[in-house]
Design a protein around this ligand. Structure first.
Ligand code: HEM
Length: 405
């Protein structure tokens, strides 16, 4: 059984049991029922399969009831226009317009911002006391980076983090309720109102003089060039970027620190061999993925592993399970910082592969390098960490750490 308290602590035994029972399952634990894939090759192929559509926002609301679909239509109207939930040709047009901001070369400009934010957050920590890696580092860092990149004032930070958490609680739920949907909708509409004001100010007064707002500028340019075709489409990308850019990255930092500090010798190895950092971040993403699954709608009936997938069915690709596939990774349940096997699927695969992957990797590398340099004696605190109970977004609510003396 999935989604029990024990599952949220450690979902990997349940994934293993599913995988060992066969490559494709029908599960009633997701929405009104969905097909579930667990293998690395199957998941990768599904995410590249043009018979499967990314247009799936209707499933969040339609499974509740007709009234919910009506009540949540503003929310759905917005997210149905976001890059993640579009197919070609709209997806291709938008992705091409946004991609230049996400290339590693372009992200170089953000590196100094990331380092400055990491340093400020670490300076504020008293290492003589237990400290919470989530509240004091992993949550605020990506929020500040995304806010700066999108030109959102620091004063709005607490608001957008709350709105964003409400969105994650809804879209990360395997069987969302109307109440969760209404909270997510309130958060989304508040976020959209904030971006409307920012765009008005930007159009009236021109770009920020402090260099912030680079991603917003790129999107405005894309709108002038006709690659973003409406104000709603622009607002959808702004809201989605702000949400996707920090709800996930916080968990690569939290899960990563937890894995490094709970695996004997891992923290010391990374200290002695800092050249392992890129491979280590890749392995941390594989070992405990911040995004555990994504979904697709069957656009064209077809047969897979002897089962007929009907047009309209939902297919869940369990990224967290694919990352532990023993046919691809030797000893998949072991963290190996120098692992050089197939690429994990934590960022997805195919046309929708995470556009923010290089940014997240940069944030994780800068943050972990800085923490390692400051506190070689870092350890998990005796107080147990607290996991977030969310089916999609896997991470910690609290991760208490101490610096041993
Ligand atoms: C640990 C961090 C992250 C993880 C694990 C992650 C994971 C993913 C995954 C699995 C997908 C593909 C979903 C699908 O195919 O249905 C995706 C897409 C996406 N991600 Fe990320 N993401 C992360 C960070 C970020 C960041 C930092 C940003 C933005 C700054 C971002 C923005 C997006 C966007 C816009 C898409 C949609 C791309 C498209 O549809 O073409 N993500 N992400």
């Amino acid at each position: 059984m999935l989604f029990t308290p024990a599952f949220f602590e450690d979902p990997y035994p349940a994934y293993r049991a599913l995988r060992e029972a066969g490559p494709l399952h029908y599960s009633t634990e997701f929405f009104d029922g969905a097909w579930v894939l667990t293998g690395h090759a199957d998941v990768t192929a599904a995410l590249r399969d043009p018979r499967l559509s990314a247009r799936r926002t209707g499933g969040w609301v339609n499974h509740i009831d007709d009234d919910a679909a009506q009540a949540l239509s503003p929310f759905q109207h917005l997210f149905a226009r976001a890059l993640l939930f579009l197919d070609a040709p709209d997806h291709t047009r938008l992705r091409q317009a946004l991609m230049p901001a996400f290339r590693p070369g372009a992200l170089g400009a953000l590196q100094a911002t990331i380092q400055a934010e990491v340093d400020a957050l670490l300076d504020a920590i008293d290492p003589h006391q237990p400290w919470d890696a989530m509240a004091q580092l992993a949550v605020p860092l990506p929020a500040r980076v995304m806010a700066c990149w999108l030109g959102v004032p620091a004063a709005q930070e607490a608001d957008f983090m709350r709105w964003s958490d409400d969105i994650a609680a809804f879209i990360g739920h395997q069987q969302p309720t109307l109440a969760l949907g209404q909270r997510a909708q309130r958060g989304t509409l508040a976020m959209v109102a904030m971006f409307r004001r920012l765009l008005e100010q930007r159009r009236a007064h021109g770009p920020a003089t402090d260099g912030s707002g680079g991603l917003l500028e790129l999107m405005l340019q894309a709108q002038s060039d006709g690659a973003i075709v409406s104000e709603d489409e622009l607002l959808a990308q702004c809201a989605m970027m702000l949400f996707a850019g920090h709800e996930t990255t916080r968990h690569v930092l939290g899960n990563g620190l937890h894995a490094l500090l709970s695996t004997p010798g891992a923290w010391a190895t990374l200290q002695q061999s800092p050249e392992l950092m890129s491979a280590a971040v890749r392995e941390l993403l594989r070992y405990d993925s911040p995004v555990q699954y994504t979904g697709r709608r069957v656009a064209e009936t077809f047969t897979l592993h002897g089962q007929t997938l009907q047009r309209g069915d939902l297919l869940i690709t369990l990224l967290g399970a694919a990352n532990r596939d023993p046919s691809v990774y030797t000893e998949p349940d072991t963290l190996r910082l120098d692992r050089r096997e197939a690429m994990h699927v934590s960022f997805g695969s195919g046309p929708h592969v995470c556009i923010g992957a290089a940014l997240t990797t940069l944030e994780a590398e800068v943050a972990l390098t800085s923490v390692l340099a400051r506190w070689p004696q870092l350890a998990l605190a005796p107080t147990a960490p607290k996991r977030v109970h969310n089916a999609v977004y896997r991470g910690f609510e609290q991760l208490p750490l101490v610096v041993r003396v």
